[in-house]
Design a protein. Structure first.
Length: 160
């Protein structure tokens, strides 16, 4: 199970990073759950958990401060490419993000980056369309008070 290499690919900025220190806690055909520390020391957050929803196109993460208090839930809209050779998962950030704060406040981020991606042809237009559909599906899940159907995957590991 832990032979899988997970790469985070961004369009803005253009980078691809091996998440070599992430610990895989669970892996099925539908999800991968990881535990991680920040790649570089930061003041705002320190560590967390992520659940990659392979069929939905989301990555839902629980971000913690250094004192282990919850900072927020962070949802990335992503695309996945699995390479059996080398057992690698390429997670491409499709730019749009949703943050959910402990008080329930919801913030959608980086929609302007979708426009930049189209203007600078950083990806095909159908990728942006796909990102918007995934974002809409995620927001509807949140607005319908069903976000716990996603967070429950992480919560079972946090409680251990």
């Amino acid at each position: 199970m832990n032979h899988l290499k997970i790469y985070r690919k961004r369009m803005i900025p253009d980078e691809c990073i091996l998440l070599k220190d992430d610990i895989i806690l669970e892996r099925t055909d539908d999800i991968i759950i990881t535990k991680w520390n920040t790649l570089k020391p930061r003041r705002d957050f320190h560590h967390g958990y992520s659940c990659y929803f392979l069929k939905l196109g989301y990555k839902v993460s629980k971000f913690y401060r250094e004192d282990n208090s919850l900072l927020y839930w962070y949802c990335d809209i992503v695309d996945y490419t699995y390479r059996e050779t080398g057992e690698e998962l390429l997670v491409t950030d499709l730019l749009a993000d949703v943050v959910i704060y402990p008080d329930g406040y919801i913030k959608v981020l980086d929609l302007n980056e979708l426009a930049v991606a189209i203007e600078q042809t950083l990806c095909e237009p159908h990728i942006i369309t796909q990102a918007l559909r995934k974002l809409d599906n995620l927001l509807n899940l949140i607005y319908d008070d069903k976000f716990d159907t996603l967070t429950s995957y992480i919560e079972k590991w946090v409680e251990k």
